[in-house]
Design a protein around this ligand. Structure first.
Ligand SMILES: C[S@@+](CC[C@H](N)C(=O)[O-])C[C@H]1O[C@@H](n2cnc3c(N)ncnc32)[C@H](O)[C@@H]1O
Length: 462
């Protein structure tokens, strides 16, 4: 059957692709369909057709897959957040493991690599320690609201319909954020509505309220609320801050970031402290970390401990080694490994992250971690010692190929590669595999109900 654009077909979903979409293969021709699970028989409209694949929009599930589960979240069929809620968690883990193994085999052409079962996370809801909700003056109406003429397209504070910048679903209950966050968000919504100030209009770029960013510390059950506005009006934000602080004593930090940038970035050009301190403290094992509004911190605290435990195991330190952590962020991995190494160096490009890293080292009373600021390919040469172990935790795009060359030139005994993208993991491991044996890859689930998967790989010099 040759599928045609704009035509509708009855298709059976047979697998899940990396990226989370279901795959049907009428006469062997792959059609990718969002929000389906294997075993679904679905009515699908072809929206995009290329030579070797097509994309379809799910019109209706004709026969649901026996695998299907009811998602806990009432927005999960529309919101971009966690689209895999219909799939049992054990199945999610199986698909994630397959995606890592298939990427290594097909993209990296790495045969017979041992990929372990995925290390699961617990709990699988209420796990995110950071959420960022957009404010919109014209929220996107849910299909059941469209029929009701009394419902207006008014204020929305929530998450986007995937692939859109201007369709914000008014999220009254987000299941992946700790429950108290929803109560705080509801109070913010009530205040914003009554404030007389308009929410941001995502097309005209006018309006006051832009984002509500919330961070939670698992260790201390503390919250940070970062209110991002287009203009400065400390008076009104302070009134909101005072209400929240009175109602929720565990809100330890309320910040106001101000930005008129048209891009949807919540980092302010100016930042003001409204209540409490300008940070919250989170813990990983016994280590403490200062988390500010705009600093990077892994978004699933408990899963992060499991990820770093695997890094520690693969690093195999005995106390005498020099470790180099590339892409060191706010220094969490150097701090984590500091007790087992003689010396740890980190390289990180973002100035504020390096400042936070040095602060985190100080906070934990550590004296064997040092950080270099800059692009790794330029700064690598400043590291004063040859590392025995190199940890690599790059962003989604993976490593710059010059950096791969620099790592190979330094020839450390072990490399531990941490990746949030199986495709670039496979590409980079293929380059490193010229001189290193890839002994094992362990996927670690940080993001239940999404297709995202973190992996840790152990490479040893041949
Ligand atoms: C995935 S994060 C890893 C952070 C840290 N390892 C952690 O677990 O929190 C990647 C980091 O690489 C940094 N980065 C990206 N490109 C870089 C480059 N060319 N040179 C140095 N650091 C870079 C980013 O700023 C970010 O902090």
């Amino acid at each position: 059957m040759a599928v045609k654009k704009r035509k509708t077909y009855e298709l059976e979903v047979i697998d899940l692709a990396f990226g989370g979409k279901g795959i049907a293969k009428p006469d062997g021709f792959p059609v990718f369909i969002d929000r389906c699970v294997p075993g679904d028989l679905a009515f699908v409209k072809i929206t995009r057709k290329k030579k070797s694949w097509a994309e379809g929009k799910l019109i209706k599930i004709l026969t649901p897959s026996p695998l299907r589960e009811e998602g806990r979240c009432r927005y999960c069929r529309f919101c971009g957040g966690c689209k895999w809620q219909q799939l049992p968690y054990e199945r999610q883990l199986e698909y994630k493991k397959n995606h890592v193994a298939e990427s290594l085999a097909h993209i990296g052409r790495l045969k017979d690599i041992r990929v372990t079962d995925v290390i699961p996370t617990d709990p699988v809801y209420e796990y995110r320690n950071k959420m960022e909700f957009s404010c919109s003056s014209q929220r996107w109406l849910m299909p059941d609201e469209l029929a009701d003429e009394t419902i207006k397209k008014d204020l929305g504070i929530g998450l986007h319909v995937p692939g859109t910048f201007d369709k914000v679903i008014d999220i009254r209950q987000c299941e992946i954020m700790p429950a108290q966050g929803n109560l705080i968000l509801e109070d913010i919504r009530t205040f914003v509505k009554a404030s007389g100030l308009p929410a941001y209009h995502l097309r005209s770029h006018e309006g006051f309220w832009r984002f509500i960013m919330m961070r939670h510390s698992v260790a201390h059950d503390q919250w940070m609320v970062n209110i991002v506005t287009r203009d400065k009006n400390i008076d009104v934000v302070s009134r909101l801050g005072a209400e929240l602080a009175e109602r929720y004593p565990n809100i330890r930090s309320i910040m106001n970031n101000i930005t008129d940038a048209k891009s949807g970035v919540s980092t302010g050009k100016e930042e003001f402290l409204i209540h409490g301190e300008d940070h919250i403290i989170e813990k990983l094992e016994a280590f403490q970390f200062k988390v500010s509004a705009n600093s990077f911190f892994q978004t699933n605290t408990r899963a992060c401990e499991k990820l770093y435990a695997k890094v520690r195991e693969y690093a195999g330190l005995t106390g005498s080694e020099t470790v180099l952590d590339l892409y060191s962020g706010t220094g969490t991995i150097p701090v984590w490994l500091s007790g087992e190494a003689r010396q740890v160096y980190g390289i990180e490009i973002v100035h504020s992250a390096v400042v936070d890293a040095r602060e985190n080292v100080r906070l934990n009373g550590i004296d064997n971690c040092e950080f270099f600021e800059g692009d790794i390919k330029d700064v690598f040469r400043d590291v004063p010692e040859k590392p025995d172990v190199v940890i690599i935790d790059p962003p989604r795009v993976g490593m710059h190929k010059d950096v791969v060359g620099q790592v190979l030139a330094h020839s450390p005994e072990r490399i531990v590669y941490v990746s949030c993208n199986p495709a670039t993991l496979a590409r980079d491991l293929e380059m490193l595999a010229t001189r290193y044996a890839v002994l094992e890859v362990t996927p670690v689930d940080m993001f239940p109900h999404t297709y995202h998967i973190e992996s840790v790989a152990l490479l040893v010099r041949k």
